[in-house]
Design a protein around this ligand. Sequence first.
Ligand code: PLP
Length: 448
Amino acid sequence: MSLQYYERLSNKNKAYLWHPFTQMKDYNRSDPLIIERAEGVRLFDVQGNAYFDGFSSVWLNVHGHNIPELNKAITDQLGQLAHSTLLGMANVPAIELAEKLIQLAPSGLNKVFYSDSGATGVEIAIKMAFQYWHNQGCHQKKSFITMNQAYHGDTIGAVSVGAIPLYHDVFRPMLFPSHTIPYPYAYRHKDGAAGAKEATLTALRTLLETRSEEVAALIVEPIVQGASGIIVMPPGCLREMALLCRQYDVLFIADEVATGFGRTGAMFACDLEGVSPDLMVIGKGLTGGYLPVAATLATDEIYDAFYADYEEQKTFFHGHSFTGNPLGCAVAIASLKLFEERNLLTTVRTNASFVERKLHMLTERPHVGEIRQKGLMIGIELVRDKASREPYDWADRIGVRVTMRARELGLLTRPLGNVVVFIPPLASTSDELDAMLDILADSIIDVT
Ligand code: PLP
């Protein structure tokens, strides 16, 4: 591609696009990366440069890119039906996918409500939880419990149960209040994993003992808190939180948007601790990263609280234009078929062990504070001082600098503050992972 072509696109990009989670003043000073096509675990820019997709294009593309079976599922469906609504009617892929999801989901989840992004799926879970209690006359049960540094998406309801000050504080005046309990961040707790877990459970127990009659639900990113820096819960914590909610009659919402579909080594992170939530939100990897489909799964108990004569006014008045889109559902079915045919969960576990061994080479590096991993969700926390665990300053932009270096060397990822994220396609081969990790390690070594 000619330089003029790139420059023309670059100028139009800067003139017309406003990018998400991006300070445009910084962005417009840079040479933008403009992706044109993709193949397997690689993305190619308009100038023909190849990059490994080291973050599965924001944690979505579990099989990689341009997968013939997934492409075919979309084109086949396109010849049948591109869109029809779920308002009062159904379509074939939406029905077939719902059945499949119920078979795969933790036990007790028997109903599927579709939407089109993780945030809208969370929004639905929050509204369902609220109205579940309302429909039964428990009008006082209307607040939510969330965890410190939680991220559940960017719509107003999702931001209301979010707790990352940088993203959420500016909107606080327009949000509904939520109770926040500490997330068990073992590396930053003075008593490590045991102390962090105890602090979380004590805070939850105390809150439930005193306020459970006003709380509708607890919402949690199960096992791994993603956007806060890939922070892994100590074993048993999720299960005990779920048990406490049950004991105090508070709904348990699992936000599996990031952790679902094999990312942690199980189909859903809740499976790792045998947890059956009341509501579960899925998105991202659901369509193999191909099309925007999300879903909120609910138990019969929740569904039944809405099931009444119309005049009783218990209907769930919520929906989106693209709810249950047939193209999206068709590719999701094809993606789940690939999970089975290729035994992808076994591959994830093999790949995770490979990555864990290989990352050992970084443990002694002077600025590598902690390497956190669950399945193929990896976060490397960089610190200014390893002994004291003193963090880098925000202004050091250490994560950004490492990932920019990685980009120069041919690997794409996005940092979370001082945490370098590695979330490769689940289906990567060991050779591909090897090459990606070499670049990641070189980038950290070059910058720190
Ligand atoms: N929930 C979790 C745990 C997430 O990590 C994300 C996105 O990263 C979301 C919800 C929001 O999903 P979406 O970006 O599809 O709205």
